[in-house]
Design a protein around this ligand. Structure first.
Ligand SMILES: C[S@@+](CC[C@H](N)C(=O)[O-])C[C@H]1O[C@@H](n2cnc3c(N)ncnc32)[C@H](O)[C@@H]1O
Length: 290
């Protein structure tokens, strides 16, 4: 069967199962089977796909129809223009989380600092390692730390750092939030504490997409009593580690802006909210008073 016909057959199956972004899934799964990029599919639509490869392709399409996210099938997701390995042990990096990277770079620019300075940065709940790895690539002299409570996630993050050439710049720590760094000698030594923590509450679980609920780790996205618990514990810890003028930069859920801003009052200044591309408040930053 020709590539074009195989992709059409896959698309029909995906649409029958109401798979969101069915076209993209059909392309990504075929790219994965062929180990080729997207342009290859469209430059060689008449190429013959062997029966073995077609069967393999349709097996993957069936997995996707069962609800498994495409990224867990292919094992890859792009973030900040970089290719990350993902497994079911980690949250699939989302495009809106890139606003954390943009916010850190903006704050550095607005403070009149150069990206070549030796910033000290910690990412809390690193998952695939997408945030500290992207920051390490943008800030060549930065010293980075990344914590996660999940040892399986840290294994994936460490492999990603190795593959993307920044393993020697990031220290990965199994830790409940910042607990492992909370030593007096580390107090007031960090320029940034960044995090995309779990923030979904029990009440919101039914609003969470089926793919997320059934396939992504609950520890990563939430199931919290209220949704603000992690921020409530994180900000006092971050305050201890930050230098005067150092900043927290966190992702928030679509309805968490007011609750999170209420936690950043005394001892904090320059609170800012950055919306995502859909206009939803997505990243909050605040800096320790200096
Ligand atoms: C929303 S995911 C974010 C992953 C990654 N930073 C990203 O943006 O794609 C939250 C991460 O926090 C981790 N986590 C949950 N509770 C934690 C805790 N108490 N301390 C440290 N990490 C935690 C989870 O294992 C998960 O990897």
């Amino acid at each position: 069967m020709q590539l074009r016909a195989a992709m059409q057959a896959a698309l029909e199956r995906l649409l029958e199962h109401d798979v969101p972004s069915a076209n993209l899934a059909a392309e990504l799964l075929l790219m994965h089977v062929l180990r080729r990029d997207r342009s290859y599919l469209y430059m060689h639509p008449e190429e013959e796909l062997s029966a073995d490869k077609f069967d393999r392709y349709m097996d993957l399409v069936s997995e996707r129809c069962s609800g498994k996210p495409t990224q867990y099938i292919t094992g890859h997701q792009e973030f900040w223009g970089l290719d990350f390995e993902v497994t079911p042990a980690v949250l699939i990096p989302r495009p809106e989380t890139e606003h954390i990277i943009e916010t850190v770079l903006d704050l550095i620019g607005r403070k009149g600092l150069s990206r070549q300075e030796k910033f000290r940065i910690v990412d809390v709940g690193t998952g695939s390692g997408c945030i500290p790895i992207a920051l390490a690539r943008e800030l060549p002299q930065a010293e980075l730390f990344a914590t996660d409570i999940s040892p399986e996630a840290l294994e994936v993050a460490t492999r990603n750092a190795q593959r993307l050439g920044v393993r020697d710049r990031i220290e990965f720590l199994e830790s409940d939030l910042l607990a492992r760094l909370l030593k007096p000698e580390s107090y007031a030594t960090f320029d940034f504490v960044v995090s995309n923590p779990p923030y979904v509450s029990h009440d919101e679980i039914s609003d969470v997409q089926r793919e997320v609920r059934e396939f992504e780790p609950r520890l990563a996205w939430g199931d919290l009593a209220r949704g603000e618990e992690i921020y409530e514990r994180l900000f006092p810890q971050a305050w201890l580690l930050l230098k005067p003028g150092g900043c927290v930069v966190v992702e928030i859920g679509y309805n968490k802006k007011d609750a999170v801003l209420r936690l950043l009052v005394e001892g904090w200044q320059h609170q800012e909210v950055r919306p995502d591309l859909a206009g939803i408040p997505r990243v909050i930053s605040a800096c320790k008073e200096d």
